[in-house]
Ligand binder design. Structure first.
Ligand code: NAP
Length: 286
């Protein structure tokens, strides 16, 4: 099975590199062409200048792009060009509604769709250690599993189309709370005159240890917020989660606080920074 990758952002580059390493990558497409040209050379694969050619050539089309609108617009282009029997796997984080809409558009041409959002950050994408949550037809998942294994440490089948994205929504709400807890605690730690690298090291080994503390703690205490995962993207995810909660008449206080904080960061020009930039707000006197 030959695969094409659409989207060579922070996540897509690692994913494409691992597909290439495993011998599955036919070619890449990126909206900003020079990025695709550079990576096609590095990965010794084809550089597609448009989505239609990639879709027509490949058995499996992977996407990892920014928002719901982007995914639906790319899916429309794939539908026009791909052969019946092609499998589209969307690894972006979008809404359940978008996943279902994409599946319906593609089904009109007997093209299968899996929603397969991931967790594990850019480090997980680079080191093929992603945790993948998949919705769709389980038989289709079985067909593409060898390709997904090239990028992931675990692939979990969650149920029908949209179940992967619903699971990812749970993850994103939890990530908001972890971001609040870690940035608040480390900001407090700095007021205590402690060696903060040592604090992060010791806490990482105990019950309060977590991925975000371990991977973003050491950089945030140096006021370095290179993405990683952009504030604007987590803001997009939490907006989706808020809509889902609203449908169930739920209010989620941690989500609401984090959305407000991210809005403040975006207004201050920090939307393209890593989500650990929340640390900026924690340092301000309340
Ligand atoms: P990113 O670095 O901002 O990259 C976004 C990619 O999407 C770029 O390749 C961009 O192309 C492409 N793109 C955006 N709009 C497009 C459109 N209309 N048509 C075609 N391509 C388009 O984002 P990322 O961090 O890789 O995240 C990608 C997705 O994965 C998002 O849904 C995000 O929520 C999710 N995610 C991210 C992380 C993380 O830690 N970063 C973890 C899990 C999931 P250009 O180069 O032309 O801008």
């Amino acid at each position: 099975m030959q695969a094409g990758m659409i989207g060579l952002g922070a996540m897509g580059i690692g994913m494409a590199s691992n597909l290439a390493r495993a011998g599955f990558l036919q070619g890449v497409y990126n909206r900003t062409q020079d990025k695709a040209e550079k990576w096609a050379k590095t990965l010794a694969c084809h550089h597609y200048v448009n989505i239609s050619e990639l879709a027509a050539d490949c058995d499996v089309v992977f996407l990892c792009i920014s928002t719901d609108t982007d995914v639906l617009s790319v899916v429309e282009q794939i539908q026009q060009a791909a052969k019946p029997g092609t499998i589209v796997v969307d690894m972006s984080t979008v809404s359940v509604k978008t996943a279902r809409k994409a599946a319906a558009v593609l089904a009109k041409k007997q093209i299968s769709f899996l929603d397969a959002p991931v967790s594990g950050g850019v480090e997980g994408a680079k080191n093929a250690k992603l945790m993948m949550m998949v919705g769709g037809d389980e038989d289709v998942l079985d067909k593409v599993k060898p390709l997904l294994m090239a990028m992931s440490q675990r692939i979990a089948y969650m149920g029908p189309t949209g179940s992967g994205q619903a699971t990812k929504a749970v993850n994103q709400i939890m990530a908001a709370g972890i971001n609040q807890a870690v940035t608040e605690a480390l900001s407090f730690g700095q007021t205590q005159g402690l060696d903060m690298d040592k604090v992060i090291d010791v806490i990482s080994g105990g019950a309060a240890g977590n991925w975000f503390l371990q991977h973003r703690g050491p950089t945030m205490i140096k006021n370095s917020f290179k993405p990683g995962f952009k504030v604007a993207l987590h803001h997009k995810d939490l907006t989706i989660c808020r809509q889902m909660a609203k449908q169930q008449e739920l209010t989620l206080p941690l989500l609401e606080k984090t959305l407000q904080d991210y809005q403040d960061l975006i207004a201050q020009g920090f939307g393209e920074e890593d989500i650990s930039a929340l640390y900026r707000l924690q340092q301000k006197p309340k």
